[in-house]
Structure formats: C-alpha cells, structure tokens
Design a protein around this ligand. Structure first.
Ligand SMILES: CC(C)[C@H](C(=O)O)[C@@H](O)C(=O)O
Ligand code: SF4
Length: 417
C-alpha cells in the first residue's frame, strides 16, 4: 500500500516501506557523464584503492559523453581522455550519441520499477517510465559504481493531477512551467512528484519526459508517472528483461496539486528564476539575440516536429541566431529522414551534434554581455549560457520557433496553420 515511490522501494526490499524511512538498496543502473565522471572516478578509487577496484557491474555502469562533445577545449579533451582510460580498464561502454537523459532510456537502461542513480540533476527524467531515478553528487555515484548500492530517505509524495485539454499552441512545456510557478523552486524539496490524471494518461512518453525532467526545478527528488500501455509500447524493442508494472496502491499523498490545463496559454519563464513565469503576451516586446531548441527537456522528435512545422518555408530573423541540437543520434536521424533538419537549415539555423550544447554555456552558442536568449531549456539561472549579464528566457519549442522568425518573444499561436 503506497505511493509509486513507496511501491518501488517496497518491491526492491521485499517488505512494505514507508515515506521517511532510510533504506539501503541495490540500484539497477548507475550513470555519470563527461563532466561528472572525473569526481565519481576519484571517489571510486578512494574507496576501492588506486588499483584493482572493479565496478559492481560494467553492463549496468554507464558513462555518457554529452556535456562538451566534441571536446571544445584542451581541458575538456584531457578529462575525456582520462575517463576513456577508466572505461577501458573497467569494461564500461562509453555512450557518445546524445544527452544522457535521452540516451539512457533509448538504449533500454531504464525500465518500470527500477532504481537508477545518475551524477546529473535531471536523472529524474526517467521517472516518466515508472522508474525511481534521481540525481546524486559524484561521490555518491562513485560509491554506487563500487558497491551497486545507494542509500535513500524514501520521499513523501505530492500528487500532481492534470485534467482538461491543451489549447492549440499550448504544450506540455507550458504545463511544466505553470507547475513550477505554482509549486515554486523549492516547494517540492525532497518530495517525489507523482503525475497522474486524464491528461497524463493521454501524453506520449516524450511529453512525460518533459514533465518529469523539470521535477528537480521544484526541488523534487524525482518525478514519476505510473507505467501503462503507452510506456510498454515505447519500451518494446528497447528493454528485453521483464519488469514490474508497479502502480500506486491506496496512496497517501502529502498533498494534491490539481491543474486544469484547458485554461493555460503559452508561458515564458523570465530570468533569473524558473518560477518567474508569465503568459507570453506579457513579454512579447522583448528582443531576442539567440533561440535554442534542444536539451533533455525539449530536444526530442516531437519537439523538433512542432518547431519545423512553424519554420517550414520561413526564415529566421536576420539579427537573431538559432541553434538546434537534437537530443540524440536516434532523434537526429529520424529528424533528417522527416525533413525537419533541412527545414531548420534552410531557415538559417545552426544544427549541432547531439548533446547538451550551449545549455550550460560551454560551447556551440554561448551568450555575450547583455544578450538575451529564448530557449527550450529547463533552467534560466544567471550566467548559465555564458556572460553573467546575459538573460535566459524559457519557453516551448513552438514559442522558440515563432520567436526565431520575428526576433522578439512571440506567441506561437499566430503561426499555427
Ligand atoms: C553538469 C551537471 C552536473 C549539471 C546537472 O547536474 O544538472 C548539468 O547537467 C545542468 O543541467 O546544470
Ligand atoms: S541538456 Fe542541459 S539540463 Fe540537460 S543534462 Fe545537459 S546541461 Fe543538463
């Protein structure tokens, strides 16, 4: 009897577990990437001795190169060289085909009922498939690499119930921004956010990823969607092992946040806080120097499809630049096949190799002093994309595409066919 989070921990431990308990469990997968692996490896070495230590299971230890790919500086290249050495020694495959949070599920390293820990805060994204997944510091990940175990305080759960129907031009990203506005950047601290209701049931897995991705933006330990037929269909051909379709059972939620999405219009999060959310109309005059379509929040095929449908046959504003980065190789290839990439390039966009790109201001479209960007990212913190005086606005792929055309923040509804 419990919330989905409690059900997953109870299943793992073979006994009923309640929120508030501190438990040590075997984890199913452990992940780190090019930026966080060096410290995780250091912690692993400290724990296991300089030589001879082995990871708990090389097939369930995953290193993804995504944050600075290909390496933009000698320092980044040197770190990546050292990580490659560790991976070779341990027999770990390095995944170099997109953002960790897209690649892990695509490659079948996430299944319902599993527990996954990653050295990245947006590991909570995988909860969209009914797994308990959370970001941890590199030291904890180093310990998990060595032992295959981790400790948790089983979180209390806030149920986010979504009802109603999205209006044309309004997307799950807008719903997610509305949730951050209502709950606040620390309103769900260490809680699990369990998303349910008729809207969630109707969402694609990709849209559920967008929803769960930003759970951390409310301080949550993770976001979760109970697995259903949509989940199973998406996992077919990706996950061959069996998995439990755990569901919440008479759950006791700490509270329920109910949102009727029918009333929402396209939203924009203004700098420097993700909960600084306003209807797009309020910020339409703001001039934008760069738009960026991509990231683990909104770099998937459906996101690119929405943007391409707006940009088809149009060109971006001459004083605005547009960066597009598909979240993974799989997404990129499919977008190529469907003509989206050609649409972006003809419109005047720069298309980058799958990865995080300018999301943390390391390469491929960093911002100069005083510049403003509208992006599909999940964070708009000061200095995140480059110069500390640059400003970051967040919106949906549709709002980003409409803005690319006009050069100022634009309501995407005016471009809908
Ligand atoms: C670099 C990494 C530690 C960081 C994170 O954990 O979130 C990054 O992915 C981000 O989005 O800010
Ligand atoms: S795309 Fe951005 S938010 Fe996602 S993992 Fe990469 S840097 Fe972090």
């Amino acid at each position: 009897m419990g919330t989905l989070a409690e059900e997953i921990f109870s299943y793992k431990l073979g006994r009923p577990v309640n929120a508030g308990e501190i438990v040590i469990v075997d984890v199913d997968h452990v992940m780190s990437h090019d930026t966080t692996s060096p410290l995780a490896i250091q912690a692993f070495r400290k724990l296991t001795g300089e030589r001879g230590g082995r990871v708990f299971d090389p097939a369930r230890a995953h290193i993804v190169f995504d944050h600075i790919v290909p390496a933009a500086t000698v320092a980044a290249a040197t770190l990546q060289r050292d990580i490659r050495g560790f991976a070779r020694e341990q027999g770990i495959q390095i995944l170099q085909e997109g953002i960790c949070h897209q690649v892990m599920p695509e490659r079948g390293f996430v299944a319902p009922g599993e527990i996954i820990v990653g050295a990245d805060s947006h590991t909570c994204t995988y909860g969209a498939l009914g797994a308990f997944a959370t970001g941890m510091g590199s030291t904890d990940i180093g310990v998990a690499y060595a032992t295959g175990r981790s400790w948790f305080r089983v979180p209390e759960t806030i149920n986010v119930r979504l009802t109603g129907q999205l209006q044309p031009g309004v997307y799950v990203k807008d719903v997610t921004l509305e949730l951050v506005r209502r709950i606040g950047v620390d309103g769900a601290n260490y809680r699990a956010l369990e998303y349910s209701g008729p809207l969630v049931e109707a969402l694609s897995v990709s849209e559920r990823f967008t929803l769960c991705n930003m759970a951390i933006e409310m301080g949550a330990k993770t976001g979760l969607v109970a697995p259903d037929a949509t989940t199973e269909a998406w996992l077919r051909g990706r996950v061959n092992r069996s998995y439990p379709m755990l569901q919440p059972q008479n759950p006791r939620y700490e509270r329920v946040v109910e949102v009727d999405v029918s009333e929402l219009s396209p939203l924009v999060a203004c700098p420097p806080d993700v909960n600084n959310v306003v209807p797009v109309e309020q910020v339409e005059h703001i001039q934008i120097d760069q738009v960026f379509l991509g990231t683990c929040t909104n770099g998937r095929l459906d996101d690119l499809a929405i943007a391409a449908s707006i940009l088809r046959g149009r060109t971006i504003h001459p004083t605005t630049r547009m960066v597009v980065i598909p979240a993974s190789r799989e997404v990129y290839l499919e977008a190529l096949r469907l003509g989206y990439i050609e649409t972006f390039i003809q419109a005047g966009a720069s298309v980058g190799t799958p990865g995080c790109g300018p999301c943390i201001g390391r390469h491929f479209g960093v911002l100069g002093p005083g510049e403003r960007a509208l992006t599909t990212m999940n964070r708009n913190f000061t200095g995140r994309m480059g110069d500390p005086t640059a400003e970051i606005y967040l919106g949906s792929p549709a709002t980003v595409a409409a803005t690319a055309i006009t050069g100022h923040i634009t309501d995407p509804r005016q471009f809908l066919a």
